[in-house]
Each structure stands twice: as C-alpha cells, then as structure tokens.
Design a binder for this molecule. Structure first.
Ligand SMILES: [Cu+2]
Length: 227
C-alpha cells in the first residue's frame, strides 16, 4: 500500500513539473552603436566625485548586446512568493552613483537605501506619473533608509545633490521578470504553460514586445538603431 501511494504521488507530480517552462533570450541593438556617453561633473562636485563619469543609461557590448533591459512576461501568471518579500534588497550610493543601476524587487518588499560614503546625497523617488514618493537627505556614511513598496511599477530614484545620479527600482507583481546581463542575456524560469506577451523595456531604447507560446524556447529581441 505504501508503494502504491508513493507511486501515485510520483505520477501526480510529474505533469505539473512538465508544465513549467524556462525561457531564455538575448537583447541586441542593431548597428551603428552609439558612443559611450561621458558625463561632465561640475567643479563643485569634481573633487569628491571625479571630473567625468560614464553614463549608466546605455551599456552596449561591441557585439551589440544590451545590458540593463528589463524583461517581463504579461498574462495570467501566479503571484510572487511571499517569502521573497522578506529578503534584503539594497540600493547603495557609492562613488556618487546608485548601485545597482536597476534593482528588481517583489511587491511588498523593503529597499534599504544605503549611503556608503561621507558625501551628502539627497535621495528622491518618483512613480510613473512623476509624483514624488519621498525626499530624504542622507548626509552620513553608513546611513540606511528603509522604504517599502506596496505597488507594482517602475520607480525612478534621483539625487537632489548630484543631477547625474539616477536608478530604477522595478517592483514586480509576479516572479516572471529578468534583467539582461552584459551579454544581453536573460532567463525566466518555471513559467506555467500558456500564451504570454513578453515586454522588454530599456530606459534609452524604449519598449519591444514579442509573443511567447509553449513552443518558444529562446528569443532574440532586436532594437533598431535610430541613428
Ligand atoms: Cu548624490
């Protein structure tokens, strides 16, 4: 009887694991590629922050692979696991920049905004309607500010002292998101079988959409250069 019941559960579990699919893909930009933008830092900040900074807005490899693109599945998808909300999500301010440039968190999670240097930063966050959520001065090294995000969406962070500093916090309503790495690659795991729309968003290049079916195993998404 014991053998029978374990076999029964074994067969019961198999179909559900087979229904979960993994999707991988790459995001590229068609040549010609834009030059890496360099930011001139004004004299008042140059002594602490350096004379120039590489803009974090567009990172394209020599082959055209696009980093920091946010990939999201849209459709009838299960919500994020509650346990992930309790994880630690940190947005650091170091070398007069936010790090990481793009942070993905589950809905309901708290972001620890950290100042890792003895430089005054003034962190401000805005929602998609450009409404300011908060505006806090962070003068001390090691200072931490905790902010919880209960609504899904894209939030831009800026610094009131250093105009070039900006970052995005993407609050996910479900786990089926990814961020492209320096080779333009992404992977979304355990997708329930179904038809979905995949959206790629990049702060400089905009949005691309593609349809995803159970047969889709990998995708190549291309931004067409506007130059
Ligand atoms: Cu700052």
């Amino acid at each position: 009887m014991k053998i029978f019941s374990s076999l029964f559960f074994f067969f019961l579990l198999i179909p559900s694991t087979l229904l979960a699919l993994d999707l991988k893909g790459k995001v590229r930009l068609e040549p010609p590629f834009p030059e890496v933008q360099s930011l001139e830092i004004s004299k008042e900040h140059a002594s602490l922050c350096g004379k120039t900074k590489e803009s974090p807005k567009l990172k394209v490899s020599p082959e055209g692979w696009v980093a920091n693109a946010v990939v999201k599945l849209e459709g009838n998808l299960p919500l994020e696991e509650d346990s992930l909300k309790e994880k630690d999500y940190t947005l650091d301010q170091i070398n007069c920049e936010f790090s990481p440039h793009i942070l993905l968190i589950p809905k309901g999670a708290t972001v620890s905004i950290l100042n890792s240097e003895a430089i005054l930063h003034n962190v401000r966050a805005f929602d998609e309607k450009a409404e300011m959520l908060f505006n806090d001065a962070m003068p001390k090294k090691g200072q931490v500010l905790k902010k919880r995000f209960d609504d899904a969406g894209r939030f831009v962070f800026r610094c009131g002292v250093h105009h070039w500093m900006h970052a995005f916090v993407i609050v996910k309503e479900h786990p089926f998101y990814a961020l492209t790495d320096e080779t333009g690659s992404f992977k979304i795991k355990n997708i329930p079988e179904g038809m979905y729309t995949l959206t790629v968003w990049h702060e400089e290049l905009g949005e691309i959409k593609a349809e995803v079916s159970p047969e889709t195993k990998s995708l190549l998404l291309t931004y067409h250069s506007t130059r």
